[in-house]
Design a protein around this ligand. Structure first.
Ligand code: SF4
Length: 747
């Protein structure tokens, strides 16, 4: 039914952008009597053109779940007892602001941390604006395992991060590589474009430990050992350089460090790489040749690469080097270096990164270990980006947040200084963070004097909060994006819409929380009444307003600007593509990609002979929203571990059995699914927690019985030295039939 017809029939219809994931599909929301009754794809949206996935169609069901938190709650009784008293917002805000002021004045602003989880609306980054004005460097995010290592690896190499944003051009792009990337589940609009390109003859190479849907359609499927990506990338570099399959003119004119890279790659001949990665030598050679000879070509890494820990940034650098030396950078049909918005205030400038004094940034948790979390390291990185990108130094500040595993130490051990207050937004660190037992200990520790959770639902972590505040769902919030993609990192695009429905009950948007706390803590000048007024300030230099944007369908692009207007495109220290990183060299980190097997495997290979890999998306779910979505739970009622039939038979496990997965860190229960999509030496486990179990301590919904993150370590020594990415995808493990009863909610 057309919009006009629906309106005539009495329903209000609103074209808005879906925020159930980060793809920014246009959808039509039909509202009857103030209630959302249907969400459908918007055929007139110029990008998504009617596409909608199950998360979009079921968003209203998610929004109206009976277990939503509707009013502010204050804890009564001990933490974790799940006993609450309903209070008014003003009381909650007065008490929270009063405690924050006391802690700031006693322990310094760095004693206050904010932690955000998954994307949940356009005002997602406002907590960091609040912290910058307060003087705390301790914004904690999931950037370490979500996009960050790719973006940082590419930025250190070519001064920008093009991979996530370059779709293939049918009939032009010769080859697409999906490396640890499952777009059919995570980026369906990109997958649609890839399929269209394949129909026009584009070759597909998939590099993944799992034989995914994409792998089944690939011309070449490279099934590698989980976590060995950097070794494989170095193997590709070895083949490409030794066989002369690189662009000599481009390398000579645009890059530095080629000879050093050649020497490093020479250490990784295909025969050695085959041992490290379990990929046959002939396939290493064939896949490298196919990519190098099929240009223009795209090499698209995904979050699989971001979650391999110590070598994640270097693996991304190796891939960025492959793209560069094969002449696929700034090439139509290959990778385009687009850069940030030029006139619209965006990224770090929008959240006032410059208002955080250097002396406070120098205290960022993890700054003493990780190059780009270090104040001086970050400044040199930011200066290089700013020289290339219109003076915008903070375009990648989102990827240098404080280190979450060290936050738990700062709470429990008060080292290097005490962190006394934590505000989480849409974040359940019990489910999403490594070493869930350590997270639990920190959130229950008396040193944490204030814990506030702002969320849609109670979660295992939120049960421990002192204040539980009701968040607005994205259908209740206006939308604004300073870019083609949600993060606002590219080009001169903007897109906006009014909220589909007004906020109900006591639900409040992120902006309102930070505005009202900010006004109580001396920040009144920086928090206008409505978020749209703030967005108008950001849009003003581009000569457009929020209302004008909201009256359009789809993204707006500044008509007076075109890509690369006279700007030097390499935001690196040298201004060249750095195959050998000058910045890493200055900070004592290996300036070239290298691979080393994790110490955990060297220490525990005998007792834990299998490799555990975790994560991976399905289209029904987006991060921890998945488990609370009915469509997801219907299809996936239990946490699933994929086990090869031969491995299962050797362990006495049948399909559907409950099994124990054990690592040197912990033990959880999953249900076995026998399949040969995994290698016989690999177990693939879901990330999971139970909304159905008992909420109160010690159960916490049963999260510690089932969340695979109870088996994953968060030792900083196992993290990447550049930004602190922790390993989720490669752990030594063993499996056995579960000896006790199954997890509480699944008996
Ligand atoms: S892919 Fe699905 S969830 Fe994501 S924006 Fe599009 S419709 Fe929404």
């Amino acid at each position: 039914m057309s919009l006009a017809n629906q309106a005539r029939n009495g329903a209000a219809v609103k074209p808005v952008v879906c925020v159930a994931c980060s793809q920014q599909c246009g959808v039509i929301v039909r509202v009857e009597n103030g209630r959302v009754v249907e969400i459908a794809g918007d055929k007139e949206h110029p990008v998504s053109r009617g596409f909608i996935c199950v998360k979009g169609t079921h968003a209203a069901e998610f929004h109206y779940r009976p277990d939503r938190i509707h009013w502010p709650l204050k804890r009564v009784g001990a933490r974790g007892q799940d006993r609450w008293q309903r209070i008014e917002w003003d009381q909650a805000l007065d008490e929270i602001a009063g405690k924050l002021r006391e802690l700031r004045d006693t322990y310094g602003p760095e004693s206050i941390a904010v932690s955000t989880g998954t994307l949940h609306g356009a005002d997602w980054g406002m907590g960091e604006r609040f912290l910058n004005l307060l003087g705390s460097p301790n914004m904690v995010g999931q950037d370490k395992v979500c996009t960050g290592p790719i973006a940082i690896g590419e930025a250190l190499t070519s001064g920008w991060g093009p991979s996530g944003f370059t779709p293939p051009i049918p009939g032009v792009t010769g080859c697409v590589v999906l490396w640890g990337f499952r777009p059919s589940a995570g980026k369906p609009l990109a997958w649609r474009q890839i399929v269209a390109a394949m129909r026009s003859g584009t070759k597909l190479i998939v590099v993944d430990p799992i034989r995914t849907l994409e792998a089944r359609q690939a011309d070449l499927f490279v099934q590698l050992r989980p976590g060995s990506d950097c070794a494989l990338a170095l193997g590709w570099l070895n083949v490409i350089i030794s066989e002369g399959l690189y662009d000599r003119e481009f390398v000579a004119g645009e890059t530095i460090g080629f000879e050093a890279l050649r020497e490093r790659a020479a250490e990784y001949p295909p025969a050695r790489v085959a041992e490290l990665t379990w990929v046959p030598e002939s396939l290493i050679v064939e896949s490298a040749r196919t990519f190098a000879k099929s240009g223009p070509a795209i090499l698209g890494p995904g979050n699989g690469l971001c979650q391999i820990g110590a070598t994640s940034v270097q693996a991304a650098r190796a891939l960025a080097s492959i793209v560069a030396i094969t002449g696929n950078l700034n090439r139509r049909g290959g990778h385009m270096v687009i850069g940030p918005p030029r006139k619209i205030v965006a990224n770090g400038d929008a959240i006032l990164m410059d208002r955080l004094p250097d002396s406070q940034r120098d205290k960022r948790l993890g700054g003493d270990r990780f190059t780009l979390l270090n104040g001086e390291g970050y400044r040199q990185f930011a200066d290089a980006l700013g020289r290339a990108w219109f003076g915008q130094r903070h375009v990648f500040s989102i990827f240098t947040s404080a280190h979450e595993p060290l936050l738990w130490d700062a709470i429990t051990e008060q080292k290097p200084y005490p962190v006394k207050a934590l505000i989480t937004q849409y974040h359940n660190p019990f489910g999403g963070s490594p070493n869930a037992h350590k997270v639990a200990a920190a959130l229950r520790h008396p040193n944490l004097e204030l814990f506030v959770a702002h969320d849609l639902f109670k979660s295992p972590a939120a049960v421990l909060a002192d204040y539980l505040l009701p968040a607005a769902h994205w259908l209740e919030k206006p939308f604004f994006s300073q870019g083609f993609a949600f993060l606002g990192m590219i080009g001169d695009f903007a897109e906006a819409n009014e909220a589909a429905i007004p906020a109900e009950f006591g639900h409040r948007a992120d902006y309102e929380l930070w505005r009202d706390l900010g006004r109580r803590l001396d920040q009144a000048a920086e928090w206008p009444e409505r978020v749209e007024q703030l967005w108008d300030q950001w849009l003003k230099p581009a000569g457009i307003s929020f209302d004008e944007l909201a009256s359009r369908r789809g993204p707006w692009r500044d008509p007076n600007l075109s890509f690369g207007d006279g700007q030097r495109p390499y935001g690196t220290v040298s201004g060249k593509i750095e195959l050998r990183s000058e910045l890493l060299d200055r900070f004592g980190v290996d300036s070239l990609p290298a691979y080393e097997e994790s110490q955990l495997f060297r220490d525990h290979a005998r007792e834990f002979p299998l490799v555990l890999t975790t994560g991976g998306r399905v289209i029904e779910g987006f991060h921890q929203n998945a488990q609370q979505a009915a469509a997801f739970r219907k299809r996936f009622p239990d946490p699933i571990a994929q086990v090869h039939p031969e491995t299962a038979a050797a362990a006495g496990i049948c399909d559907g059995d409950w099994i124990a997965i054990e690592t040197p860190v912990g033990r959880v229960a999953h249900r076995a699914h026998l399949t040969d999509v995994v290698h016989a030496r690999v177990v693939q486990a879901d990330r999971w927690w139970y909304p159905e179990g008992e909420a109160a301590a010690p159960s916490f919904y049963g999260v510690l019985e089932t969340s695979i993150n109870a088996c994953i370590d968060n030792d900083p020594n196992a993290c990447d030295p550049v930004m602190g990415a922790w390993p989720l995808r490669a752990f030594p493990c063993r499996i056995a039939p579960l000896s006790g009863p199954p997890p509480q909610a699944n008996k």
